[in-house]
Design a binder for this molecule. Sequence first.
Ligand SMILES: *Cc1c(COP(=O)(O)O)cnc(C)c1O
Length: 399
Amino acid sequence: MKELPAIEGGVPVREKKIYYGHQYLDEADYEAVLDLLKSGDDLTCGPRIRALEEKLCRITGAKYAVAVSNGTAALHVACLAAGIGPGDEVITTPITFAASANCALYCGARPVFADIDEKTYNIDPESVRSHVTARTKAVVAVDYTGQSAKLDELLAICRQNGLLLLTDGAHSIGTKYKGRPTGSIADMTTFSFHPVKTVTAGEGGAVLTNDPTLYEKLLLYRSHGITRNPQWMEKEPDGPWYYEQVDLGYNYRMSDIQAALVLSQLDKLERFKARRKEITARYDAAFSAMEQLIVQEEIPESDTARHLYILRIRPEKLQIDRRGFFDALGAENICCNVHYIPVYYFPYYRKLGYEKGLCPKAEKLYEEILTLPLYYAMSDQDVEDVICAVKKVAAYYAV
Ligand SMILES: *Cc1c(COP(=O)(O)O)cnc(C)c1O
């Protein structure tokens, strides 16, 4: 890469740095947490957890919801409930946070990476189909950036091959697929309430399902493999105190303090979604007109509550590569990020035998993307600054 001069004038588009994501909390959120603390209600396994699970069912249309300590725990209990174990294979995408694949490893199974669709960047059902073997047990699709994966196509492949479809919906709370909310369609859907996500509990997560048996198993694995349900016990109860550990589970419970916060956050979900859509539309309009840039395409089936805004560059139309673009935006005080490094690039995965070249479209995407700021609390001026900086850098370094 040849040395390029700093952008002429040297004045950044904005003085104050802006980051790619940030939580939005208001008075109602503070009060919700304080109310709980003052109420004397249980701080765990209490009424806020039940209220959260009911609310998630109402929002998504799923029959059952299980609140857990974070999105990674949600993926882990979902894999356990799916019966995934040693010798099994789980198909997922490399363009995701590591947890979407790690959950298979936790269970002793092997993640298998299917390639992405080069336009939407979501897992490609045809690639999934080509990776199904006799050992495949489940597919973990990811609603990358909030856009729904192609659920009908994936469900068809899963039904034909006796697989369970899990969706990592860490990005997609509020999204609808063919008019139905994420959370009600796959066999299980997981959410994350980490502070960068659309709604936050500080840390938190949930699993949604319509299947009563999966629901019972999720409850079991969330809490040590212990049950108080006589139906699941091997012995007659010794007395009212009696419970049994019938499998090896974990303590993946969420506290009611976290539940109180995310309950209040969920009241703002429609506002959050609308603002995120608005910002996404403005970015798309500005960038689709520039030949140096590519915007993520959406399938018409997805009504997307966008969590991440991915800007893709066309390196052949620019004198700089992604790193150069990232640094140039940084010099404008637009602090980007990159989502994601293909999971199998990590040293841990390399030691397990995964090699570069598995998913060529995902690998090419990774070379060309950066994540622009996108969050509810961005002002119109912030959005204009980001657009102005991207246009400035793209135009300046155009070939
Ligand atoms: C954030 C995230 C997770 C993990 O969620 P945590 O709540 O941080 O454990 C899993 N998958 C994806 C795609 C994510 O973005």
